[in-house]
Design a protein around this ligand. Structure first.
Ligand code: M6R
Length: 366
């Protein structure tokens, strides 16, 4: 049932081109220039009149929520707050009937996320679910929702759920941007076309697997690892670090690159691998200075860059190229090598990749 792959995690990483396609299939109608999503269409007013969107989730789904914060604010100009469900539910949060709460959960069974939904509903918010498992508790408890259609995710480490969650949230943001008149038809069209190019670009990114495996062999015994990104790729840094720690048991931390000088830079020495997510977009120049700061302290740089990039190649110890795309879609590509890196390191360390110690696929207790 692993389809010839050694582990479910690897199978699920490789399923991403297909999973992303399944997520937008039937929704993204580029010929007609529209996005059709029943859960949004039927509740358009709620979204359009919302004072803000609150996103609640845990773990990897929370990281997808952070990416969505950049997407919604940047493209649809809606203020967003992203909360750990466990903190939100116990914090006496200020919620009104002008709020829309989006709960993100692969399993649809996460106890804290479910409790956050119940609380928000009691306070009158409109609650929308982004789940993978059809008919799950969260899917039933929410007022409306959109499934990710990623197919079953068996590996405890979430992979295709993450990229398909981002895809669904992107569709919602684009739809709202269009409805609010923020996007011109041509800009909307540009996004739809590029979204349709993503599965083949993920496919292309997966071709870096061999290179990533070679890099994994160099760093598999490192006790620590840092992940840095900015903007849309800051949450990807968090996700990369989570993936490494949960399956390889290497201590890893993700940071916004500019936070380095507020503390973590003290950790840098010749032993420290630093993974920098640096596509040639928005904050590229600033990332180059961050890389220089690390290099001057002898840290080892593994950079995820836009293919053809030469400036970072001169500075970094290793570069992994990904195809060019729109800035807001880069997380769908930059995530892939980080998943592969964690996977290979964990396998090389003899870890149980699909069922890491102390972890469960659905966290149904708080
Ligand atoms: O099923 P959910 O998306 O609600 O699960 C949330 C987290 O438990 C989950 O993403 C967890 O962090 C994964 N093991 C990460 O790979």
């Amino acid at each position: 049932e692993k389809g010839g792959y050694e582990h479910f995690m690897l199978k699920e990483i490789y399923e991403q081109p297909r999973a992303i396609l399944d997520t937008y299939r039937g929704r993204l109608l580029s010929q007609q220039g529209l996005i059709k999503m029943a859960g949004i269409d039927q509740n358009l007013e709620k979204f359009q009149n919302a004072n803000r969107i609150i996103i609640v989730a845990c773990g990897t789904s929370w990281h997808a929520g952070l990416v969505a914060e950049y997407i919604f604010e940047d493209l649809a100009r809606i203020p967003v707050e992203v909360e750990y469900a466990s903190e939100f539910r116990y914090r006496n949060p200020v919620i009104t009937d002008k709020d829309v709460l989006i709960a993100i959960s692969q399993s649809g069974e996460t106890a804290d996320t479910l409790a956050a939904i119940k609380l928000a509903k009691e306070k009158g918010a409109f609650v929308f679910g982004v789940c993978n498992v059809v008919g799950s508790s969260i899917a039933r408890e929410t007022d409306a929702g959109a499934y990710t259609h990623a197919g079953p995710e068996i590996g405890v480490a979430s992979t295709k759920a993450f990229t398909t969650q981002i895809t669904v949230l992107m569709l919602i943001a684009l739809k709202l941007a269009m409805k609010k008149g923020i996007f011109s038809q041509s800009k909307f069209h540009e996004f739809l076309t590029e979204l349709e190019n993503i599965p083949s670009k993920v496919e292309q990114t997966l071709k870096q697997d061999k290179l990533v495996k070679e890099i994994a062999a160099v760093y598999k015994d490192s006790p620590n690892c840092l992940y840095l990104g900015r903007g849309y790729n800051f949450p990807v840094a968090l996700e990369g670090a989570l993936k490494l720690k949960e399956i390889s048991y290497i201590h890893a931390e993700g940071y916004p690159a500019a936070e380095m000088k507020h503390g973590p830079i003290a950790l840098i020495d010749e032993q420290m691998p630093v993974i920098v997510i640096a596509p040639k977009k928005g904050h590229y120049e600033k990332l180059i200075s961050n890389i220089q700061e690390i290099k001057s302290r002898k840290g080892k740089i593994i950079a995820v860059v836009t293919e053809g990039d030469t400036s970072i190649r001169e500075l970094a110890d290793h570069v992994i190229g990904i195809p060019d795309t729109l800035e807001s879609l880069t997380p769908l590509l930059t995530t892939i090598p980080l998943q592969l890196l964690s996977y290979h390191i964990a396998v090389m360390r003899g870890c149980n990749v699909d069922q890491p110690r102390n972890l469960a696929k659905s966290v149904t207790v708080e």
